[in-house]
Design a protein around this ligand. Sequence first.
Ligand SMILES: [Zn+2]
Length: 63
Amino acid sequence: MNIGEGRFSYRRNEHGTYDSICMRCFRTVARRYTENDLREDERAHICEYWLIPSSNGDNSQNV
Ligand SMILES: [Zn+2]
């Protein structure tokens, strides 16, 4: 399973850390030094759908 693929966006910080941002709920789910560490937090991340303005009621992305 490629959990992070397409779902999380990585951003490099000045201090050499990476932010992982969830592309579904747009929350920063992790800030780590390596992408491997980011994956741990991504796995534990649960989208807070209730914070997202509902669009079309599409539940096909349900995990
Ligand atoms: Zn999310």
